[in-house]
Design a protein around this ligand. Structure first.
Ligand SMILES: Cc1cc2nc3c(=O)[nH]c(=O)nc-3n(C[C@H](O)[C@H](O)[C@H](O)COP(=O)(O)OP(=O)(O)OC[C@H]3O[C@@H](n4cnc5c(N)ncnc54)[C@H](O)[C@@H]3O)c2cc1C
Length: 387
């Protein structure tokens, strides 16, 4: 039996970052994940990461190690409504920041986090017990089977976490009835570091600038549509899909060509309760899931990592790592920003998918009005920067 300080379950970006952050602070960590066979292939997504996430990754020495083509700064953001001329624009120079966000290749980020973990002697990689049954009542047996003893278990198992039920966690889940299609594209025009989003009632289309595979000419696509429409788009030939995309984006970025397979994710909003108990704590999508329209899910998860590692590092010398009172400090720190972000994303989606003409008029006027209010834009940008 191995004794460690923290057992991290789940090696997505949140679990990987948590293991690195805790090891940096001198704790002994065991990190376990599902067997590779249970996972899908390469991730075609790119994450829009905010300044706080970039800072955490820099502290973990991962940001600097990412290949330059895997990180693209966003200098401008254009959000289009569903009426002619209704749009909201943000620019880095107006906000007095270097970049509004960075678009980061998901696969490159996971690989770099994995590379950093190989150089972290404090992190023990624990094989997952594939033999043990997956059902909730057996999770305790499964934890024992891991052959690891830790005063604190951090669950970073993503939105379908099986282990959290064993700790009595309830999950409130609402299905948006949508799927997000992600893919990589190349365009005939330079992206000029502009991120674009169209609220098209009921779908939301985002084209995020990327420098790979073709420098200055690539985009990451996130297209959220009602499920039936998404399935229809997924079944189109590549050429037909590209034509649909050109029409939806009003050819604003020129000719678009697919350069990856299309992948889809069903979209839900989810909140788990409670987020901690004696000897355990939830982080990332295992605790909360928001709609990807604001590109904030991973940013919230990385903010969880920063908050939990700080709370653990600043604990009183006599307090154990699994002390529920200590873990509640982390929950208090994270509850309000997470709640605000899920209200904002859920509310925006509702507002922009409502079919009534009066609501349509109102949302498009609202968008244009906000565009003329620089202080409000600064406030919105600050909220998105520090989730
Ligand atoms: C289309 C799309 C676009 C997005 N774009 C953005 C964006 O631009 N910006 C942003 O911030 N966020 C974005 N998100 C959200 C972001 O992808 C998630 O919030 C983030 O990946 C969650 O990370 P995680 O580590 O918590 O969970 P996951 O990435 O789901 O990782 C969970 C890990 O736990 C493992 N696991 C599962 N069960 C067990 C178990 N029982 N035992 C051990 N291990 C287990 C899994 O194998 C996996 O490795 C997007 C999401 C989607 C769907």
């Amino acid at each position: 039996m191995q004794n460690v300080d923290v057992l991290v379950r789940g090696a997505g970006a949140v679990g990987q970052c948590l293991a690195l952050a805790l090891a940096r602070d001198g704790l002994r960590v065991a990190l376990c994940d599902e067997p590779a066979a249970a996972k899908h292939g390469d991730d075609v997504r790119a994450y829009a990461l905010n300044a706080a996430s970039a800072e955490l990754l820099r502290e973990l020495k991962v940001w600097q190690a990412l290949p330059p083509s895997a990180v693209t700064a966003v200098h401008e953001m254009r959000v289009h409504g569903d009426a002619p001329g209704a749009r909201l624009e943000f620019s880095a120079w107006q906000q007095h920041v270097d970049a509004l966000a960075w678009i980061v290749d998901a696969q490159a980020l996971h690989e770099q986090l994995e590379a950093a973990l190989r150089f972290a002697p404090q992190v023990l990689r624990t094989p997952f017990d594939v033999q043990a049954p997956l059902t909730a009542p057996d999770v305790k047996a499964r934890l024992t089977a891991l052959d690891v003893k830790a005063p604190l278990t951090a669950l970073c198992e993503g939105k379908n976490s099986a282990t959290r039920a064993a700790f009595g966690v309830r999950v409130e889940r609402s299905d948006f009835g949508q799927k997000a299609i992600a893919a990589r594209l190349t365009a005939s025009r330079n992206h000029q570091n502009v991120a674009r989003q169209w609220f098209r009632s009921p779908d939301v289309l985002a084209l995020l600038p990327l420098d790979a595979p073709q420098a200055s000419m690539s985009y990451a696509l996130v297209w959220s549509c009602p499920t039936a429409r998404a399935d229809e788009l997924l079944h189109l030939s590549e050429r037909e899909f590209e034509l649909e995309l050109m029409q939806a984006s009003g050819a604003a970025v020129g000719e678009l060509q697919l350069c990856s397979p299309r992948m889809a994710w069903p979209l839900v909003q989810m909140n788990a309760q409670p987020w901690c108990g004696p000897g355990w704590v939830l982080l990332g999508d295992a605790a909360h899931v928001v709609h990807p329209l604001a590109g904030q899910g991973l940013n919230l998860g990385l903010a969880d990592v920063a908050a939990l590692s700080q709370v653990l590092a600043q604990r009183e010398p006599w307090r154990g790592l699994g002390d529920e009172r200590l873990l509640r400090r982390y929950v208090r720190n994270r509850a309000a920003p997470t709640w605000a972000m899920s209200q904002l994303t859920g509310g925006l989606l509702q507002l922009f998918s409502h079919p009534a003409p009066a609501v349509r008029e109102l949302r498009n006027r609202g968008l244009t009005l906000v565009n003329h209010l620089p202080p409000l834009k600064r406030w919105l940008n600050a909220r998105a920067t520090h989730s």
